[in-house]
Design a protein around this ligand. Structure first.
Ligand SMILES: *[C@@H]1O[C@H](CO)[C@@H](O)[C@H](O)[C@H]1NC(C)=O
Ligand SMILES: *[C@@H]1O[C@H](CO)[C@@H](O)[C@H](O)[C@H]1NC(C)=O
Ligand SMILES: *[C@@H]1O[C@H](CO)[C@@H](O)[C@H](O)[C@H]1NC(C)=O
Length: 382
């Protein structure tokens, strides 16, 4: 019996709760759906969902698809200067044409109208670093392209920016947080507190939470945004960074275990987004950046193997007792050495860390959409 049921054992509350929450999630994904409107029929007819239940959607390869990209980035006015590759003159456009093909099933096509309708009144928050911002921007563009006339109201408060699709009352929110845990200004300086996660109070109010953190854990010198690390009562100048990462994730996992009500909030953790600066990783020994990469690595394996950080993530996710989903984009992103901005951004700086929008993050969102559609069946994939 899930915790949610224990809390909502009063039959009246249970009934209301069922009607408002469980039914829409369950019924949309289940074949025996009573709400036989056109939208759901389409979902049913595709029979994708049944198939997907037995399929590891993260095991597959990139295939050419003439119908891609999913939208024209020129029509999305919300793309930041860092990610708007076509606008900044990227000449090789093949990167837009690849579709992720799982080995044993087909993914549904991203249906932005369906997404907006299904998530009416809901708040979807992405929490993490600039790669997470990248991910969020792609979703904004995917939804905008599905409903270009729908007004988007934008609101920023500190590190949180909310885009609300007015007509659908859907809010897609980014909370920029490099480490998920806190950095506090104290007398001695900026302290990264591996045991402290104050933002949980904000996150609890969301319907969908998409977390990520990785990029900043190995930053040193000028780029390191803290002076000390605190673990428990102990304050240190530095420590093993992988251990720090794992400690912070554990704090986050404990927060999920204690504070998330799975009947109201779905929790997703996005895997490790890889960079492409070291050609050794993909068997091109002398290459030191992604500037000449025009096609994905073919097949389903990446020469360097999976990053250690992903194993750390999986270890921590195993300790979570609530339903959560690992959006396991690591391997499929490793294969996409061609999908970074390289120097096609407003700054002309070499960027093989972030991703062009439109581009790879659209696939992350397609997989996010698939996970949410099939929530009751596929949440434990760790
Ligand atoms: C902005 O965020 C702060 C901190 O989370 C909160 O206390 C404040 O109420 C917010 N302001 C508005 C206008 O929402
Ligand atoms: C990488 O190079 C090694 C050694 O030359 C080779 O065995 C392997 O098949 C290559 N892998 C890919 C993906 O090209
Ligand atoms: C990127 O790589 C190319 C060739 O692989 C090299 O000529 C160029 O200097 C590199 N650029 C940067 C900014 O590292």
């Amino acid at each position: 019996m899930s915790l949610g049921r224990v809390r909502f054992c009063n039959p009246i509350i249970m009934g209301i709760f069922w009607a408002i929450w469980v039914c829409p999630w369950l019924c949309l994904a289940s074949p025996g759906n009573l709400h036989g409107n056109k939208r759901n029929m389409q979902w049913r007819r595709s029979s994708a969902s049944k198939e997907i239940l037995q399929c590891n959607v993260y095991d597959g390869e990139w295939v050419w698809d003439d119908s891609y990209p999913l939208y024209d980035s020129g029509n999305c006015p919300h793309i930041r200067k860092e990610f708007d590759c076509l606008k900044y003159g990227r000449p090789y456009k093949d990167y837009l044409k690849y579709r992720w093909q799982p080995k044993s099933c087909d993914l549904p096509r991203f249906d932005g109208k369906n997404f907006l309708t299904e998530f009416k009144g809901k708040k979807i928050m992405f929490i993490g670093d600039s790669v997470t911002l990248n991910h969020w921007q792609s979703l904004v563009c995917l939804l905008h392209s599905a409903a270009p006339q729908s007004e988007i109201v934008q609101y920023t408060n500190g590190s949180i920016t909310t885009y609300t699709f007015q007509e659908f009352e859907v809010s897609v929110i980014i909370h920029q947080s490099m480490y998920l845990v806190d950095i506090d200004d104290e007398k001695i300086g900026r302290v990264l507190k591996l045991d402290s996660i104050k933002s949980g109070e904000i996150w609890k109010n969301m319907d969908v939470l998409v977390f990520n953190t990785w990029l900043w854990w190995y930053r040193k010198g000028e780029k390191q945004p803290w002076d000390y690390i605190q673990v428990g009562e102990e304050i240190v100048k530095d420590m093993d960074r992988m251990a720090a990462f794992q400690k912070a994730l554990t704090t986050w996992a404990n927060w999920v275990n204690e504070d998330i009500d799975p009947t109201t909030t779905k929790v997703i953790f996005t895997g490790i987004s890889p960079s492409h600066y070291n050609g050794m990783d993909w068997n091109e020994t002398k290459v030191t950046n992604c500037s000449r990469e025009t096609e994905p690595v073919s097949g389903s394996t990446y020469p360097s193997g999976l990053p250690q950080a992903l194993y750390a993530v999986k270890d921590v996710l195993k300790t979570i007792t609530k339903p959560i989903h690992l959006l396991d984009i690591t391997l499929l992103s490793q294969l996409r050495k061609d999908a970074h901005p390289s120097s096609y951004n407003a700054f002309r700086g070499m960027d093989c860390t972030h991703w062009c929008v439109a581009g790879l993050p659209d696939t992350w969102n397609l997989l996010l959409y698939t996970a949410l559609q099939n929530w009751n069946s596929i949440h434990t994939t760790v």
